[in-house]
Design a protein around this ligand. Sequence first.
Ligand code: ZN
Length: 130
Amino acid sequence: MTQVHVERLLRQELGLIVVRLGDAHGLAGRDELSGELVDDAQVIELREDRQLSHARLARRAKALLVALGNLHAGTYGVCDECGKAIPAKRLRALPSATTCIRCQAWREATVRGTAPATIARRTVGRRRGP
Ligand SMILES: [Zn+2]
């Protein structure tokens, strides 16, 4: 993929997300509580689902913006964590990827609190500050 092609893909997805975020914002808070326990529980659950969806979309939009920034900085396709090239296959599947699969797995395990000590954060080759 050329840089122009990658940028087009990233911007297209970002545009779709911005539209969806606008739609989600328009829906927020429309359902009123009725005072009926079961109905209100459903309304609250629906609101929570919308908030989670909104948060996911916002995270995705941020990832796309980071990838676009990396593209312009000339660091697109380089893992944020280990500094190695992200395999082309991963970038084709997820053009906004900013980490290799191994580092992404480590990040997700860290967030969940399940990162084993054997893959504790590496310091050699990291490109980010502490
Ligand atoms: Zn990596």
